[in-house]
Ligand binder design. Structure first.
Ligand code: SF4
Length: 63
């Protein structure tokens, strides 16, 4: 599973990190950090994060 975030759209408020903290996190500069290749069993949480993103900045390939 490969996750892409459109940083032009991302507001950096971290709803995705609340839904799927194993995959998404905010660093000290409130820049979103994404796990490069999350385990397949996290696909449900990643899908929930995609739905939670208010600006639809997250896309997933190979889920
Ligand atoms: S939920 Fe979307 S806009 Fe918010 S931090 Fe995550 S990727 Fe960025």
């Amino acid at each position: 599973m490969r996750i892409k975030v459109d940083y032009e759209l991302c507001d950096g408020l971290g709803q995705c990190a609340l839904v799927a903290p194993e995959v998404f996190a905010l660093d000290d500069d409130e820049q979103l950090v994404v796990a490069p290749d999350p385990a397949p069993e996290l696909a449900g949480k990643v899908a929930a994060a995609v739905r939670a993103c208010p600006v639809r900045a997250i896309s997933v390939e190979g889920a």
